[in-house]
Write a protein that binds this ligand. Structure first.
Ligand code: BDR
Ligand code: CA
Length: 311
């Protein structure tokens, strides 16, 4: 199985991504590292523990990482995810403990311990923990197999400013460091994830699953959906973060290009923009596989099949 660390700020769509990974034998989740993003760190760490407990996987260690961006004030998104970050269903106080070690140290130690080139990082929140780990331990950079992240937008408009997507906008300095690190990078931007919209039938299919996870997923998405409906008039919620896991399982369901992507950190209107050289006009070397399209039916079939395996 491919070894991954999921770096996350749950988040309803983060939760579905984590559950998809836990339901997939092709992936071995070494741990979850929480980061401040959708809501402050104490809540994202708590939510991550609730999710592994819901999945019946108390063996998955959960670590708390950075509680604020590298050099900016934290911006959160309670308007999207609710006050808890995981509104939609009340889950019991988890018994799974929070690990004592800092999330950044877990990332560093794991990359040093595992054979080089065998651990993939899957950041689905702001990139603070990853950038901090690279800054603290530059020796680990060359040991990362790949980074598969959710973040950015180019042809699609941004969702927090006209130019920027939330995860990149919250910590653009961290994003800039990660995009410049020279690690193989797969970027799942809004351009792709806004095609992964849930349908009513799919949500009802989740609710009808016999276990406890399906109904929880349906309740989360019911809550999450309302934001995009109000904002964009779209039907269904975009399953942003699960697209990263889906890509790891079935890259054939996605299409993109190997291009240069730079992060704007100083824009007057465009801070946090992922400037994607889709037409390769700059001559700057490619540093990312920038995904632009996905097979919606294929992605949702995969989700349905996998999530049905959960307790
Ligand atoms: C991203 O921001 C968060 O609100 C979601 O969990 C996702 O990671 C989408 O812009
Ligand atoms: Ca997220």
């Amino acid at each position: 199985a491919r070894k991954i660390i999921i770096d996350t700020d749950p988040g309803q769509d983060d939760a579905v991504a984590i559950l998809l990974a836990l339901a997939s034998p092709e992936l071995q989740v070494l741990g979850l590292t929480a980061v401040a993003g959708n809501v402050p760190l104490p809540l994202t760490a708590l939510n991550a523990r609730k999710i592994v407990e819901l999945a019946g996987r108390p063996d998955i260690p959960v670590f708390a990482g950075c509680d604020r961006p590298l050099s900016r004030k934290l911006v959160t998104a309670e308007n999207v995810h609710g006050q808890t970050g995981l509104d939609g269903i009340e889950l019991p106080e988890p018994t799974v403990p929070l690990q004592a070690r800092h999330g950044v140290d877990f990332i560093i130690d794991t990359l040093r311990r595992e054979p080089a080139g065998t651990v993939t990082l899957v950041p689905i929140g702001p990139l603070t923990n990853i950038a901090q780990a690279f800054r603290q331990a530059p020796d680990i950079i060359a040991r990362v197999q790949e980074i598969v992240l959710m973040g950015g937008a180019y042809f699609e408009v941004g969702n927090v400013t006209p130019a920027a997507e939330f995860n990149i906008f919250v910590d653009p300095e961290a994003a800039a460091a990660v995009f410049a690190a020279g690690v193989p990078l797969v970027v799942m931007p809004l351009d792709a994830t806004h095609q992964a919209l849930t349908s009513r039938d799919w949500i009802e299919g989740m609710r009808a699953l016999p276990g406890r996870c399906g109904p929880a997923i349906a309740s989360w998405i019911d809550f999450f959906e309302r934001f995009d409906k109000e904002k964009y008039g779209s039907h269904g919620a975009p399953l942003h973060d699960p697209c990263t896991i889906a890509w790891l399982l079935r890259p054939d369901l996605f299409r993109g290009r190997e291009i240069n992507v730079e992060i704007e950190t100083e824009g007057r209107f465009t801070t946090g923009m992922t400037v994607a050289d889709w037409w390769r006009v700059t001559g700057r070397p490619a540093n990312a596989l920038f995904i632009r399209d996905l097979d919606r039916g294929g992605v949702f079939d995969l989700l349905s099949e996998r999530l049905a395996r959960l307790p």
